[in-house]
Ligand binder design. Structure first.
Ligand code: SRM
Ligand code: SF4
Length: 568
């Protein structure tokens, strides 16, 4: 069926009214959390997001419970805001404890370098968020219509470039938090401070029209996949490693709604360049522009990318100049972005090492065969290493002394943790979103089918001698694109239970969007769909040509002819 445009309502969405009247995002949250029960009201549900939590229910048990006329198994997801994915050993151990005391026994590394807890009961929500704060971390603004967790290169390299990026990510993260003390009063029992001015000078009383995402990179390390963000800042350094400034790109975002052709994924477009000390000023100018021009009537079309598409980049540039207060310099070219290998052993540059440990779908837990969570806890506890979460959902154990390397390898091996060197290249770069059973928007599985899908496609790659080629796979349970399914070589996007749309044509390093090749392919049919494509890549691909770029060069019709399907 062709995509159709559903007319959009023109009055502000209900969430806008809620934010406006929420008294700094407080609403009745404190009272509702103190009441018994397992659920919160719709208003509280929407306000909770700003504080880093989503109400969910266990979708595996929902039908059976309904048949028995029982309540759904309501539970909360809590997301930690941690710029650049950086934790100290102490913080990691604190979060690890929380996984047992308050959540479902797992920590989930997110595609934005955060950590999520699932399965928290209503009565445990406040104590969980307080416990996270006791580790000197926060969940404030991890979700909601504000600036989300700041992403940057995860590599703990102790050089000028990486240090500067980390510092700037931290600076932006702190500066862009809401000013309201509602969070602290609701979850941390903070008393109101006389004279404290809560005016949201940046966000205004209704905050932003929608979530706002920021990523920082250097061209040689785009592991944060920055062009998928509302705002990407690409740092340019001179040969002496002096920061020249940042090229700013705006309007990235991947979510789309099926059957709405006016929603689509988009990569950020370069719009200007600013000197090293003007980063915050330009970021605030972009935020103000989106605050005032983003669509507040239709939440499905409220991201900055639609402002950029609807008004054009020239208009955005002119308008940004006026928010910034002077004419901004044209963006400086940044050349090719590159996503480096972060897994395995690497020297940090200060005599210490980091070890990149693969974490399938970012799920740190213990199973009968692999006790990954226990292994990481032991290593962090015993060797005081500081973990960094990556946008690939893996963990980098940093600050390891050379003499501890062998012992750490031993601990991980004892717990059945497969080292990166024993994994296939394909598996190393495969992402999957949580989807079922926790995500309320999932149309089908993602995390729980990552392994069989990777195994099936890996087998095909081997058959054609392609097993050492870098190729990215991103699986999501719905079109929202949480595992950046439209920006890698292959995207599998859940359409209906057990079926995926196949996207190809993006590239490994995050420069190009993919296009939809096939619609509603059953999971069991993915092998048949990819077999002719991989064969063609092996025989007709140019030297060093990635799978995505190969698909783009071939074009959709030629690829469809290979798969035996007709162009829709
Ligand atoms: Fe996401 C909504 C999980 C990164 C686009 N995302 C959700 C929710 C909260 C579902 C909901 O609204 O009820 C998911 C919770 C599932 C669960 O059970 O935990 C969810 N998103 C995730 C995470 C955990 C996926 C993962 O595999 O790690 C990521 C958390 C990141 C973090 O730490 O902040 C996550 N989400 C992303 C990304 C990738 C990125 O930012 O690099 C995207 C695509 C980029 C973008 O924003 O466009 C993304 N999530 C969405 C969207 C579509 C937004 C849109 O404007 O179209 C939704 C739906 C929405 O907001 O209405 C969504
Ligand atoms: Fe849920 Fe869809 Fe995001 Fe997956 S992509 S976590 S199914 S919203």
């Amino acid at each position: 069926m062709p995509d159709q445009i559903i007319p959009v309502p023109r009055k502000p969405s209900g969430v806008e009214t809620l934010k406006q009247g929420s008294h700094g995002l407080r609403g009745r949250l404190a009272a509702e959390l103190a009441e018994g029960g397992v659920q919160v009201s719709e208003d509280a549900y929407n306000l909770l997001k700003f504080h880093g939590s989503y109400e969910q229910f266990d979708r595996d048990t929902a039908t059976a419970l309904k048949q028995q006329k029982l309540e759904k198994d309501y539970q909360f997801m809590v997301r930690v805001r941690m710029p650049g994915g950086v934790l100290t050993a102490e913080q990691y151990l604190g979060l690890d404890r929380l996984a047992d005391s308050h959540a479902n026994g797992t920590l989930r590394i997110t595609t934005r370098q955060g950590i999520q807890f699932h399965g928290i009961l209503k009565g445990e929500l406040k104590p969980s968020i307080a416990a996270i704060n006791h580790t000197l971390l926060t969940t404030l603004s991890a979700c909601g219509d504000v600036v989300r967790n700041l992403m940057t290169t995860a590599a703990p390299r102790r050089d000028t470039r990486h240090t500067r990026l980390r510092e700037d990510a931290n600076m932006l993260s702190a500066a862009l938090l809401p000013r309201s003390r509602g969070y602290h009063q609701i979850f941390l029992d903070e008393e109101p401070v006389a004279g404290y001015d809560e005016t949201e000078t940046l966000y205004g009383p209704t905050y932003l029209p929608r979530k706002f995402k920021i990523g920082l990179a250097v061209p040689e390390d785009n592991s944060a996949d920055v062009l998928a963000n509302d705002l990407a800042a690409i740092a340019l350094f001179d040969e002496a490693d002096q920061l020249l400034g940042y090229t700013i790109a705006v309007g990235g975002g991947l979510g789309m709604t099926h059957n709405r052709a006016d929603t689509f994924p988009r990569l950020a477009s370069p719009v200007c360049f600013v000197g090293p000390d003007r980063l915050l000023a330009v970021v605030e100018a972009v935020i103000r522009l989106q605050r005032d021009h983003g669509d507040r009537t239709d939440r499905r079309r409220a991201r900055l990318k639609y402002v950029v598409e609807d008004h054009g980049l020239e208009w955005v540039k002119r308008t940004l100049d006026s928010y910034y207060g002077e004419t901004l310099e044209a963006p400086r070219p940044f050349g090719r972005l590159h996503i480096p290998e972060l897994l395995g052993w690497h020297e940090q540059g200060d005599g210490l090492w980091w070890l990149g440990v693969p974490v399938p779908s970012g799920r740190i837990g213990d199973t009968e065969t692999v006790t990954l969570r226990t292994a990481l806890r032991e290593v962090v506890q015993r060797y005081r290493v500081d973990p960094v979460m990556t946008a690939q959902q893996d963990v980098l154990l940093s600050n390891i002394r050379p003499e501890d390397r062998a012992a750490i390898d031993g601990v991980l091996a004892d717990h059945g943790v497969v080292p990166a060197s024993a994994l296939s290249t394909f598996s190393r770069f495969a992402l999957a979103c949580p989807a079922l059973p926790t995500c309320g928007l999932a149309l089908t599985e993602a995390e729980r089918v990552r392994e069989p899908i990777v195994a099936a496609l890996d087998g095909l790659l081997r058959r054609h001698g392609l097993q050492d080629r870098r190729i990215s796979l991103r699986i999501t349970g719905c079109p929202n694109g949480c595992a950046r399914s439209y920006a890698g070589d292959i995207g599998l996007v859940g359409r209906i239970p057990g079926h995926y749309a196949i996207y190809v044509g993006g590239d490994f390093d995050g420069h190009t969007l993919s296009f939809r090749l096939l619609e509603r392919v059953p999971q069991a049919g993915l092998g048949d769909a990819f077999a002719p494509l991989f064969e063609a890549w092996a025989t007709q691909g140019l030297p060093e040509e990635g799978f995505g770029p190969f698909c783009t060069r071939m074009g959709r019709d030629a690829l469809l002819a290979l798969t035996g399907a007709r162009a829709a």
